[in-house]
Design a protein around this ligand. Structure first.
Ligand code: ADP
Ligand code: MG
Length: 726
C-alpha cells in the first residue's frame, strides 16, 4: 500500500488551470446574490426593506420575502442552479446543508414552483442528528433554519454540472434557542455595536454604527491524496498518531516563504478563482514554517461575513484539493515535531464613518479614542481570560497550545514597548491641575500615538493575543475551529466592558469632571488593574510559564478543564447579561463541546490501537522472525559472537512490542472505564487523562521501531514522504 501510494504520488502531473476571465472584476462575486444583483432585480421598495434589514440586523418580513425569494430563484436558475439549501454552521463543526429541488413534481407529472418566501424565511431540516446538548427534547426534535440577510446567498458548484443556491442561515430550536454558531455571533455583534456606538458618543457624535471586523488567516497542510489514504490515522482523526520526525524537518526553515511547488501552486490558483467567484477576498499565498504547510489570508470583512467566508473557504479548499489530488488538513497538529496550524483571528472595530477604532493616530483627540477602545479590550480580556481560553479549547488544539512552537495555554496580551511606555507615562503622571488656557492633551502627555507602533517589526509572534498595529490578533485559535466560537466571547466581553466604561464615565461627568481627564483616569485604573496580563517577552519560554504562575494567570492545558470555564458563574453572568447566550444555551454548548472532545479522543485511541497492533506489531513480528533466523544461522556456523548484536536487537524489538501490546490493552481498559462513567464531565476528564496518557507512550515505542525496521517493510507512509513529496 505504502509503495503503491508513493508511486502514484511521485507520478502525478500538475493539473493546469485557466482563469475564468482575464479580468478578475469580470467574475469576482459572480456567484453571490449581491447587493448589486438585488438592486437590479427587486422593486425599489423591497430593496430598501432588505437593505434596512441587513443594516439593522433584523429579519425581513413575509411580504417581501416572496419577492426576494422569486428574485433569488430566477437569478440562481439563470446561473444553472437546480437546488437550494439553507446553509448553516452546527456545533459539530463544519457546515451543514440539505438540498431541495426548486421544483416539485405533481402526480400529473407537472413541475410546480416550490421555492417561495416561506422557504427562505424558515425551513425545517431533519435536525435530529445534530447535537443540541439537551435543548431539544425527543418529543420536539425539530430545529429550524432561517435566512440571515446580512450574509449574501451564493452558488455552490457541485462538480457534476449542477449548482446549488446556498442560503446562509441560523439554526435554532423549536423554542428559539441557538443550536449553531451564527445565532449567538449575531447577538454578540449587535450588543457590541450598541455599546461601542454609545462610547463613540464622547468622541464623535456622527457615528451611528460600529461593526466588528475580522480577517482570519488560515493555516493548513497539503498531503497527496494517495498518501493520505495510505494513512488510516489521517483519514480517521485528521492527524498522524505515529511517525518519526524526518532528518530534514523544520530546522532549516527553508520552506518558509520559499518557492511554492508547481502542483501546490496550481491548487492555490484554482482555489483563488473559485473563492473570488464567491466574493471571498483571498489575497496572500505563501508557505508556512513547516514543510507541507501553507497559509491563506483574506482581506478583513464585517465579522459575521468573514466567519461565513472562512467556513465556506474551508469547504471550498476540500473540493478544489480533490481535483488536484491533494487532501487539505486543517487539524491543529497533524504532525508531531513540526508546527501546527492556527487560524489567527485579526479583530478590530470600524465605525460607519470609516474609522478603525484600533488604529493609532497623530491627532491627540483620536489617540485618546484609540486608547479607550484598546484599553477596554485589554481589560475585557483580563477579566474574562478563562472564558476566552475556553472558547478555543478542542481536542485538536490541545496538541498545539503549549507545544514548543505554539502560543501557550496562558492568555496574555502583547501591546509592544512603545504602547507600554505610553501607558506607563499616563500612569505615573500625578494629579493634573488644569489652568485656564491649558491644552488638556498636552497636560496629559498625549500628543500622538508613538510612530513605532505602526511598524510591523514591533511584533511578537509568541503572544496568544497581540496588538499588531491597528488590530488585535487572537493567535491561539485552532486551524479547524469555527472562528465564531472565540468571536462570540471576544465581542461579548468587549461590549460588556464598554458598557461598564460608559457607566463609570457618566458618573464622573455628572460629578463635574472634565471629560478627557476622567477618561484618562479610568483608563489608568484599567491599566493598573489589567497589568498582570500584559506580557511583552517570549511566550514560548519556560521562564514565562513560571512568571505567569507567579502573576496568578491561569495556564489550562486540558480541554475538559478549559471548557468548564464556560459554566463559571462569571461567564454565564456576562453572556446572559449581554443577551448572547442564556444559561441553558451555555450549558448545552458546554455539553456538546465535551461530547465532541470525548468522541475525538475515542476515535484517536481506537486508531492508535488498530495501527499499533495490526500494522506495526504484525510487521515487527515478521522482522523479529527474520532476525531470529539469521541469528540461528550464524550460531550454526559457529559465529556465536557475531550473532550477539542480532540477539540484542531481537531483545530490544521484543521489549518494545511487549510495551506496545501492554499499553494498548491498558488503554482499551481505560476506555472501557471511561465509557462506563455516567457523568459526562468525568468521562471527558478520564479520556483526557487516563486514556490519552497512553498515546505518547505507544507512539514512543512505535517511532523507535520505525527506525529499526527495514524501510522496505514499514507499512505506514513516513513523514519525509508525506511532507516532501510534491
Ligand atoms: P500580516 O503582515 O500579519 O499579514 P496584514 O496587515 O496583512 O498583516 O494583516 C493580516 C490579517 O489581518 C489579514 O487577514 C488582514 O485582512 C487582517 N486585518 C487587517 N486590518 C484589519 C482590521 N482592521 N480588522 C480586522 N482584520 C484586519
Ligand atoms: Mg498572523
Amino acid at each position: 500500500m505504502r509503495f503503491k501510494a508513493l508511486e502514484t504520488a511521485h507520478n502525478r502531473a500538475t493539473i493546469s488551470v485557466t482563469p475564468p476571465s482575464d479580468k478578475v472584476a469580470d467574475y469576482y462575486g459572480s456567484y453571490t446574490f449581491s447587493d448589486d444583483v438585488m438592486k437590479s432585480l427587486l422593486t425599489p421598495e423591497a430593496y430598501y426593506k432588505v437593505s434596512n434589514a441587513i443594516k439593522s440586523g433584523s429579519r425581513i418580513d413575509r411580504e417581501i420575502a416572496d419577492e426576494v425569494a422569486a428574485a433569488m430563484k430566477s437569478w440562481a436558475t439563470s446561473k444553472g442552479a437546480t437546488h437550494y439549501t439553507h446553509w448553516f454552521q452546527p456545533l459539530t463543526g463544519g457546515t451543514a446543508e440539505k438540498h431541495d429541488a426548486f421544483f416539485d413534481v405533481t402526480a400529473q407529472g407537472k413541475a410546480i414552483e416550490k421555492f417561495k418566501g416561506s422557504a427562505l424565511v424558515q425551513q425545517e431540516p431533519d435536525a435530529s442528528s445534530f447535537p443540541s446538548g439537551g435543548l431539544r427534547a425527543t418529543f420536539e426534535a425539530r430545529g429550524y433554519t432561517g435566512w440571515d440577510p446580512s450574509s449574501p446567498a451564493f452558488l455552490m458548484d457541485n462538480g457534476a454540472g449542477g449548482k446549488t443556491l446556498c442560503i446562509p442561515s441560523v439554526f435554532i430550536s423549536y423554542t428559539g434557542e441557538a443550536l449553531d454558531y451564527k445565532t449567538p455571533i449575531l447577538r454578540a455583534l449587535h450588543v457590541l455595536d450598541k455599546a461601542a456606538t454609545a462610547v463613540m458618543y464622547y468622541f464623535d457624535r456622527n457615528v451611528e454604527k460600529v461593526t466588528a471586523t475580522l480577517g482570519a488567516e488560515q493555516e493548513y497542510f497539503l498531503v497527496d491524496k494517495a498518501l493520505y489514504y495510505a494513512r488510516p490515522d489521517l483519514m480517521m482523526s485528521g492527524r498522524t498518531v505515529f511517525g518519526h520526525s524526518p532528518a530534514k524537518g523544520q530546522q532549516l526553515e527553508d520552506h518558509y516563504f520559499g518557492s511554492i511547488p508547481p502542483r501546490v501552486n496550481a491548487f492555490m490558483v484554482d482555489f483563488e478563482y473559485e473563492a473570488w467567484k464567491l466574493g471571498i477576498p483571498v489575497r496572500t499565498r505563501h508557505n508556512e514554517v513547516a514543510p507541507g504547510q501553507f497559509e491563506c489570508a483574506p482581506t478583513f470583512e464585517e465579522l459575521n461575513l468573514a466567519i461565513d467566508h472562512n467556513a465556506l473557504l474551508m469547504d471550498l479548499m476540500h473540493k478544489v484539493a480533490e481535483k488536484h489530488n491533494f487532501k487539505v488538513l486543517f487539524h491543529e497538529k497533524p504532525f508531531a515535531g513540526i508546527n501546527g496550524s492556527g487560524k489567527h483571528n485579526n479583530w478590530s472595530m470600524m465605525t460607519d464613518t470609516g474609522v478603525n477604532l484600533l488604529a493609532p493616530s497623530s491627532k491627540p483627540k483620536e489617540t485618546l479614542r484609540f486608547l479607550t477602545f484598546m484599553m477596554n479590550t485589554v481589560k475585557a480580556v483580563h477579566d474574562h481570560a478563562d472564558l476566552l481560553r475556553a472558547s478555543i479549547a478542542s481536542a485538536g488544539n490541545e496538541y498545539r497550545l503549549g507545544a514548543n512552537e505554539a502560543p501557550p495555554a496562558i492568555v496574555s496580551v502583547f501591546l509592544g514597548d512603545e504602547l507600554i511606555r505610553l501607558l506607563e507615562t499616563l500612569e505615573n503622571r500625578g494629579e493634573i491641575q488644569l489652568e485656564k488656557g491649558d491644552n488638556v492633551f498636552y497636560k496629559l502627555g498625549i500628543t500622538r500615538t508613538p510612530p513605532l507602533m505602526r511598524d510591523n517589526t514591533d511584533r511578537n509572534r509568541t503572544s496568544p493575543f497581540a496588538f499588531t498595529g491597528n488590530k488585535f490578533e487572537y493567535r491561539a485559535v485552532g486551524g479547524s475551529a469555527n472562528s465564531a466560537s472565540p468571536m462570540i466571547i471576544l465581542n461579548t466581553i468587549v461590549a460588556n466592558q464598554l458598557q461598564e466604561f460608559r457607566k463609570e464615565l457618566e458618573v464622573r461627568l455628572e460629578a463635574g469632571e472634565k471629560k478627557e481627564l476622567a477618561i484618562v483616569d479610568i483608563l489608568k485604573n484599567y491599566y493598573r488593574h489589567s497589568k498582570r496580563i500584559l506580557f511583552q517577552g517570549n511566550g514560548y519560554s519556560e521562564d514565562w510559564i513560571q512568571e505567569a504562575a507567579e502573576r496568578g494567570l491561569t495556564n489550562i492545558a486540558s480541554t475538559p478543564v478549559a471548557l468548564e470555564k464556560y459554566i463559571e458563574p462569571s461567564a454565564i453572568a456576562v453572556l446572559e447579561k449581554m443577551g448572547v447566550l442564556t444559561e441553558r444555551e451555555v450549558h448545552a454548548r458546554y455539553e456538546i463541546e465535551l461530547e465532541n472532545y470525548i468522541k475525538k479522543v475515542q476515535i484517536e485511541s481506537r486508531v492508535i490501537g488498530d495501527l499499533a497492533l495490526n500494522h506495526v506489531v504484525s510487521t515487527t513480528v515478521k522482522y523479529q522472525f527474520q532476525l531470529a533466523q539469521t541469528a540461528k544461522a550464524l550460531v550454526e556456523l559457529d559465529l556465536t559472537e557475531e550473532a550477539q548484536p542480532l540477539k540484542e536487537l531481537i531483545k530490544e524489538v521484543s521489549q518494545r512490542v511487549l510495551t506496545i501490546k501492554q499499553s494498548v490493552d491498558a488503554m482499551t481498559e481505560a476506555r472501557k472505564k471511561a465509557n462506563n462513567t455516567e457523568d459526562l464531565v468525568e468521562r471527558a476528564v478520564l479520556y483526557g487523562s487516563e486514556v490519552k496518557d497512553y498515546f505518547e507512550k505507544i507512539r514512543y515505542e512505535v517511532d523507535k521501531l520505525e527506525l529499526l525496521i527495514d524501510d522496505e517493510d514499514w507499512p505506514l507512509v513516513k513523514y519525509r514522504e508525506m511532507l516532501f513529496v510534491k
